[in-house]
Design a binder for this molecule. Structure first.
Ligand code: NAD
Length: 265
């Protein structure tokens, strides 16, 4: 089913898609002919290169909207830019996310607020703004990059675990509200995927746990992942593509794990 899922004429907006998993979603959906709106931070020239590369994949359009999604007015500006360019968003992937690793009593308040704003609240705002168009089309897909941490916890990641559990609950509510409108809402919950986000948390985890880099890799990151392999961004994106197809029209409110068996334990 995933092969040949034509998304020509559809528009996918993927938050946090200048790197990692988000960029893989953009490449995969552009590969099926979707227009894509990419978002996130990074080097201007590198982002323009990625944007142009997305257009080259299928000839569909790619728009970069670099707004900061911790701010409601900037989320509104991004959604307005997408609507002005393409009429609306058919496929919304809430993927932008950051992490911070610290004990609860030492957790910086600004980091807590940032993680809740970006990893959880932004999905509410993009969804509320995307839904009227999806309802009018009687078709839509809302996909959240949640996490194994939407289903289980780890120490020192209180804000992230809280945001991801919240995102999973929000998605179930979306699924129920949208069930009769041809709009599905699902979470994809990866275990550890090798991306800049994972690499960036190694130093803090070394500090928090008093470990070497190698110990963090083997005894923390891959300790709970029975396959002992990092998930790839492409594997996550392939699930999103499947969710966009007709075969998945009755999958809604689900939380799909791609975690090498982590949450089976
Ligand atoms: P990443 O750091 O490679 O990408 C994060 C993206 O979010 C980047 O494009 C970045 O520019 C963007 N971003 C950061 N702050 C932003 C802001 N304020 N406004 C808009 N965009 C912003 O990380 P990734 O690993 O690809 O993570 C993507 C998603 O996958 C996150 O929600 C993360 O929680 C989730 N996830 C990752 C893993 C993993 O192991 N990498 C596992 C489970 C879930």
């Amino acid at each position: 089913m995933t092969q040949g899922t034509s998304l020509a004429g559809k528009t996918a907006l993927i938050t946090g898609s200048t790197s990692g998993i988000g960029l893989a979603y953009a490449k995969t959906l552009a590969g099926e002919g979707a227009n894509v709106v990419i978002n996130g931070f990074g080097d201007k020239d590198a982002i323009e290169k990625e944007r142009a590369g997305l257009e080259a994949i299928s000839g569909a359009k790619a728009l970069y909207s670099g707004h900061d999604l911790t701010k409601v007015d900037q989320i509104e500006a991004m959604m307005a830019e997408a609507a002005a360019a393409f009429g609306g968003v058919d496929i919304l992937i809430n993927n932008a996310g950051v992490q911070h690793v610290a004990a609860v009593e030492e957790f910086p308040i600004d980091k807590w607020d940032l993680i809740i704003a970006l990893n959880l609240n932004s999905a509410f705002h993009t969804s509320r703004l995307a839904i009227p168009y999806m309802k009018s089309k009687k078709w839509g897909r809302i996909i959240q990059t949640a996490s194994a941490h939407s289903l289980t916890a780890s120490p020192f990641k209180s804000a992230y675990v809280t945001a991801k559990h919240g995102l999973a609950g929000f998605t179930k509510t979306l699924a129920l509200e949208l069930a009769t409108f041809g709009v599905t809402a699902n979470c994809i919950s990866p275990g550890y995927v090798w991306t800049p986000l994972v690499e960036a948390q190694i130093p803090d985890t070394m500090k928090a746990r008093g470990m070497t880099r190698e110990q963090v890799m083997n005894d923390v990151l891959l300790a709970g992942q029975p396959t002992k392999q990092f998930v790839t961004s492409e594997q996550v994106a392939a699930i999103a593509l499947f969710l966009c197809g007709d075969a998945a029209s009755n999958i809604t409110g689900a939380n799909i794990s791609v975690d090498g068996g982590w949450t089976a334990q």
